[in-house]
Design a protein around this ligand. Sequence first.
Ligand SMILES: Nc1ncnc2c1ncn2[C@@H]1O[C@H](COP(=O)(O)OP(=O)(O)OP(=O)(O)O)[C@@H](O)[C@H]1O
Length: 223
Amino acid sequence: MQNVIEANGLKLAYPQHEPVIKNATFTVKSSEFVFITGASGSGKSTLLKSFYGVIPPFGGSLIVGGVDMGRVRSSKLYKLRRHLGVVFQDYKLIKEWNVEKNVTLPLMIAGFSKDVSRTQAKKLLAHVKLSHKSDRYPMELSGGEQQRVAMARALAHNPFLILADEPTGNLDEYSSQVVWELLERANQDLKTTVVVVTHRIPEVLNIPYRHLMIENGAIYEIH
Ligand SMILES: Nc1ncnc2c1ncn2[C@@H]1O[C@H](COP(=O)(O)OP(=O)(O)OP(=O)(O)O)[C@@H](O)[C@H]1O
């Protein structure tokens, strides 16, 4: 199985601060579903951000989808990001755009034609059961509905890797379950690699997964 993420002695730090991740060595293989847990402030979000190139390695090496994140040029990083799906706790929808545009535009940016993008966006909005709200703006939706739009946006271009930062942190039980089911289905049906950082692994998960934990700047395999 191919490695989707390869970290070797990875160190991550914010300028003028002690490293948050001091020495992380691990791999994530294609089609795996991986949870990364750790205490508040342990570096979960920092580590996830390094996977999509917001925080470059301060030491060691990090390779994501074959791209060396320590040496990557912005054009190549931009290209890599077009093949990732990223989900945040606070949804990060564009509030000036309606639901359909929030899902369609990233597809167009990823290089799909307008027609293909609109068809795919409609299909994904039906998949997350929000076709009837495609004209609404994010502020007119509940938190759970906004996260389902964010999931449609993250899944629509069939990314090889989904990165989720506490994706159900703000959601009730029903919406959380929908989000976990969507991530499970992407992983099981499409063989998409999924990496989720969270305080707590959900009890509702029905698939095998790996559990990594950050402690004192290092990363440990729990199972
Ligand atoms: N922009 C920044 N500049 C300096 N330090 C930062 C910055 N962002 C985060 N940190 C620090 O890095 C450490 C790790 O933060 P991070 O957000 O990765 O932790 P986390 O495990 O995701 O926490 P939580 O579970 O509370 O969200 C914390 O000590 C935090 O204060």
